[in-house]
Design a protein around this ligand. Structure first.
Ligand code: 5GP
Length: 131
């Protein structure tokens, strides 16, 4: 069965899309640890990121860099933190999180639940900054 993220790429499940290229896709995490928390995924469904063929891994990371650069322009933060966990969804994904301090990367603290209008606005702002 297709992963929930493959179903998002296919448009079967809605998301707040940030960017897309031939091989990769970026969208807001539905339960962000910080405003602008974005997931970057390969379209090729592979569970463990380091099982991706090298060219696909390189493509994913180059795409993540482009997305992070866009995020940095429009989300007030010191840096964009990067994390790979993958314990919940078995489809490789890179977390990109606007951070000002170490604890902003804490996945155990309460996650945010932002109104749809704000999520739409954030996704659009990042999308525009990537173009
Ligand atoms: P991980 O697998 O890296 O531990 O966490 C998976 C991440 O995917 C979590 O941060 C969770 O909030 C996010 N997530 C899970 N399901 C969905 C979904 O249907 N849509 C979106 N946008 N994010 C999701």
């Amino acid at each position: 069965m297709a992963s929930i993220f493959s179903r998002i790429i296919a448009g079967e499940i809605p998301c707040y899309k940030v960017a897309e290229d031939e091989h990769n896709f970026a969208f807001l995490d539905i339960n962000p640890v910080a405003k602008g928390h974005t997931l970057v995924i390969p379209k090729h469904e592979v569970d463990y990121i380091f099982d991706l063929p090298k060219d696909e891994y390189d493509s994913l990371m180059s795409f993540a860099k482009k997305v992070a650069e866009g995020m940095k322009k429009v989300m007030p933060c010191k840096k964009i933190g990067v994390a790979v966990l993958g314990l919940e969804v078995p489809h490789a994904h890179v977390h990109l999180i606007p951070i000002n301090k170490e604890s902003d990367m804490n996945f155990f603290k309460g996650k945010l639940s932002l109104p749809a209008e704000e999520m739409t606005e954030i996704a659009q702002k990042i999308a525009d900054a990537i173009k």
